[in-house]
Design a protein around this ligand. Sequence first.
Ligand code: ADP
Ligand code: MG
Ligand code: MG
Length: 349
Amino acid sequence: SKLRVGLLFGGRSGEHEVSINSARAIATALQTGDNQSKYEVLPVYIPKNGVWQASEVGQQVLETGTPLVCDDSNPQQLWDFPPEVKTVDVWFPILHGPNGEDGTIQGLLTLMRVPFVGSGVLGSSVGMDKIAMKTAFAQVGLPQVNYKFIERSQVWSNACVFPKLCDDIEQSLGYPCFVKPANLGSSVGIAKVRSRSELESALDSAASYDRRIVIETGVTAREVECAVLGNDNPKASVIGEITYDSDFYDYETKYTDGRAQLHIPAQLPDNIITQIQEMAIEGFKAIDASGLARVDFFYVEATQEIFINEINTLPGFTAFSMYPQLWEASGIKFPELVDQLIQLAVEKA
Ligand code: ADP
Ligand code: MG
Ligand code: MG
């Protein structure tokens, strides 16, 4: 009999629309070739109010590609899961950002005792939190740009402490530097700053997004990414590169058609490719990821330095996204990739 795959998509984060597009691509892949006889899709859509919808609604959202408009007035409804949820054999959560990629959904699915695709609670939450992630990478000796962690309370402290904090950042990291909320994604809340006044307002803004903040030295580097697939013996894909005309890879550049270009495979020396692939696997293991992750790097051509930037445990998964394209270029087609991810979920459970 067919395995019933609960495709869990939408979600409460800013990446709701991307999630719908990822889910559409995965649903199609589950109805392609050999997958058709192996899997049955149950689309479970989570609108922006967080209330899980029955599969007829999910099907409709997959078909139209349009988010459902809903009201946010009855939080009680959050616990009324559609009864079909109980029939799912394996979950495929394809939710990006907070409440999807950060271990919260993974905790719920763990309690349901049904296998699911991707990292568990620990890998997901460590991957999402830039402070925990950097600490885990540092622990295994992965090279990173210089950084500092600070708390919101330091930014919103009295007129004595704040200037000292800024002095300290200027001295230890210099300009340009990047100010980032610890727990977002898609470049939301991230600022590149070049002066004291920009630093002050970026810190203030980041503090409004998150209790904890990361500040990093800005590097001039190529942005390259590597896809990882597997559980205990993960494999690394070919390397991809992103180029764009903007100041940095910000939200608008990420999600406006035509603003960023993907280059697969990236033109890099062989020894650099090998190093990036090894570092991607080390980073994957350092946070206890499983199933899939996209690991992002900065490559400074002049000095041949490679810095690990971040890991994304539920990367974009549309037909045009980096993750599936990297595997396609490495010899694994989209439907086969989806099949392998489900098998990895079942094996791990
Ligand atoms: P997110 O998780 O939101 O994608 P990132 O840490 O990847 O956050 O930062 C988003 C983008 O900001 C990067 O893709 C890059 O373009 C730019 N960026 C971030 N940190 C640095 C840095 N230290 N030096 C240069 N560019 C950076
Ligand atoms: Mg990220
Ligand atoms: Mg990023």
